[in-house]
Design a protein around this ligand. Structure first.
Ligand SMILES: [Zn+2]
Ligand SMILES: [Zn+2]
Length: 271
């Protein structure tokens, strides 16, 4: 990269490099602009409803869990919390890998609503940092509605004795739901380099949530590893096992589909 001390003779070359970089990568990329334009008012409305419902149910369920607190179950509850975080990390990887690797933006309904953001994110990784709370968390809130409703239903229909027995299990499920709800927020923070609250940086530094440096490994083209984006705890072991590669080989053998074909198509779009 040319430094600031380069003479005037170097300047046109530097500008050319920057222009070429912007054309290839970021918000001005032709594919990124087309994908961003597909975010519709209908989708926005759906996200608002899901976020409001999801946070109301979380508040409801957390009150019921606190009322049920069983201190004698503390070791089991702690185990449940760690297991919940691990499972959330694995599921974040599975969903991210699935959407990155297979399907296309042209698919009916799911293409524009759920695959589009994944394609946009690879071409313009900083777009997520410009998304507000609703756009960042809307999809995950939608996915959490059913398990949250199921939990709320149990609190109102099961006897106190049954709920007491289920306490550690419900703590596991609740931790899984909380990490899953905030996965994309955690992912957004892993791309944010300015103005992060100190407590978020603390959680990243202690690897409680996805650290920034760790997630950069996924953003090396062709985006084929480190898919877990909640805590990132499983990325290294899954990479060592060749987990995603093996899964892709099986699916390619069964369906004949090539992994990341649609992702490549969007990355190569120039107009
Ligand atoms: Zn990705
Ligand atoms: Zn990312």
């Amino acid at each position: 990269m040319a430094g600031a001390e380069d003479g005037p003779g170097q300047q046109p070359e530097l500008e050319d490099d920057e222009a070429a970089f912007c054309r290839r990568w970021g918000a001005q990329h032709a594919g990124a602009r087309e994908l961003a334009a597909l975010y519709s008012p209908g989708k926005r409305f759906q996200e608002w409803c899901c976020v409001v419902l999801c946070f109301s149910l979380i508040a409801h369920n957390v009150v019921h869990l606190l009322l049920l607190t069983r201190w004698e179950q503390t070791p089991l509850v702690m185990l449940g919390v760690v297991a919940g975080a691990l499972l959330a990390d694995f599921l974040s990887g599975l969903v991210h890998w699935g959407a990155d690797t297979w399907g296309s933006v042209e698919l009916p309904i799911v293409g524009k609503a759920f695959i589009r953001p994944f394609r946009e994110h690879h071409i313009d990784p900083t777009a997520i940092t410009r998304h507000d709370f609703i756009e960042t968390n809307g999809d995950n809130c939608l996915l959490m509605l059913l398990p949250l409703l199921n939990m709320a239903y149990k609190f109102h229909t099961q006897s106190p004795e049954v709920l007491e027995q289920l306490y550690a299990w419900e703590c596991f499920v609740f931790c899984l739901i909380i990490f899953s709800t905030f996965t994309n927020q955690i992912h957004k923070w892993s791309h944010t380099y300015f103005g992060l609250p100190r407590w978020v940086i603390f959680l990243q530094d202690w690897h409680v949530i996805l650290p920034r440096k760790h997630h950069r490994i996924h953003h090396v083209s062709p985006h084929e590893t480190y898919f877990c984006i909640t805590t990132g705890w499983l990325n290294y072991p899954l990479e060592k096992m060749g987990f995603w590669r093996r899964l892709e080989d099986i699916i390619q053998a069964l369906t004949g589909e090539k992994p990341r074909a649609d992702d490549m198509k969007w990355a190569q779009k120039i107009k």
